[in-house]
Design a protein around this ligand. Structure first.
Ligand SMILES: O=C[C@H](O)COP(=O)(O)O
Length: 327
């Protein structure tokens, strides 16, 4: 495994925002995925990934910087969101961050429902950490269309800098590609300057070819990120789905020159899995995508395990997982 530099040394980069393209149905029809080849490639990844010592700490720190620290529960409270935001600002114990030379490490964003945007914005004031809001009738996306568009506008007005929309799975399942494109375009326009992540809910799209087509259409319609899952489907982020989506991102970049971000979400809770995802991105898309403006983990419980691994790296001992209860 090659080295990865510490987040604190990352140069600032400004990525031009993907404006989208016209809907190119010929390209969409050519976008397919060979499941057995994809699964064979995905199966090689966790087995041969081994990152040790200082490299491991740097990779784990990079993973932290790319987390959308998330709470999306019906019993969310202002108190819980404030605690989550405190964790976002100080994701790992200060002495451990000092020890690995990254005292200013933070997560990529905090991700909440609309009602929790205001307390999150207040709690994160001055930190530079953006608030992301799930929207458009998350997680099913089946509320009236005008309300889904209005929800985006209200979340932006409340201070969300990033909007995670859900697509209409039925447009994919019925092959209504024009409707999917038009929906995504409308959502993107409603976001204004806020960046939009398109949640495909890949566990509900039936085939990997549908995942490839939906990825492409969302990028054609101006998505800033494509995201696997809401975390509420029975199957969420997987490595085969990730391969399909990041290859679609690569194809879109090759054709248009625009880099679209990638966010695997749902069920990613172990540090070793996070490193596998980072290695996959590095191999398939290159180092430029290993930064928070182009890569995020959507995760509610990944940070605790990463903090335990960093503690082990620094002290040689593991603490009990309950000591890292929040996230
Ligand atoms: O977008 C983020 C997901 O909802 C988080 O899913 P998780 O709770 O399985 O980590």
């Amino acid at each position: 495994m090659q080295t990865i530099s510490a987040t604190g040394t990352l140069p600032q980069t400004v990525e031009p925002r993907n404006p989208g393209t016209a809907l190119d149905l010929d390209w969409v029809m050519r976008a397919t995925a060979n499941r057995s080849a994809i699964e064979r490639r995905a199966a090689t990844l966790p087995a041969r990934r081994s990152v040790k010592k200082d490299h491991q700490a740097a990779w784990l720190a990079r993973a932290v910087s790319c987390i959308d620290l998330t709470t999306l529960a019906g019993d969310d409270t202002v108190g819980r969101v404030r605690r989550l935001c405190a964790k976002a600002k100080q994701p790992v114990r200060a002495d451990l961050l000092e020890a690995i030379g990254l005292p200013d490490l933070t997560v990529g964003a905090v991700c909440v429902y609309h009602d929790m945007i205001a307390p999150a914005v207040e709690a994160l004031d001055g930190s530079g950490i953006p608030v992301a809001a799930v929207s458009t009738g998350f997680p099913a996306g089946l509320s009236p269309f005008h309300l889904r568009v209005q929800e985006i506008k209200e979340s932006v007005a409340a201070g969300a800098a990033e909007i995670d929309i859900v697509i209409s799975r039925r447009h994919v399942l019925t092959g209504n590609w024009q409707a999917l494109y038009d929906e995504m375009r409308t959502f993107r326009d409603a976001c204004g300057d806020a960046h939009v992540k398109a949640i495909l809910a890949t566990g509900e799209l039936g085939t990997l070819s549908n995942v490839a087509k939906a990825s492409l259409i969302c990028m054609m319609a101006g998505a800033d990120f494509i995201k696997t899952s809401t975390g509420k489907e029975s199957v969420n982020a997987t490595l085969p789905v990730s391969l399909v989506m990041i290859r679609a991102i690569r194809d879109f970049y090759d054709a248009t020159g625009y880099r679209v971000g990638y966010k695997p979400a749902g069920g990613i809770s172990k540090a070793k899995d996070a490193i596998t995802y980072l290695a996959l991105i590095k191999e398939e898309l290159g180092d430029r995508w290993l930064r928070p403006d182009l890569f995020r983990f959507g995760a509610s419980s990944l940070l605790g395990d990463i903090e335990r691994q960093i503690e082990h790296h620094v002290t040689g001992a593991y603490s009990a997982s309950w000591r890292h209860a929040m996230a």
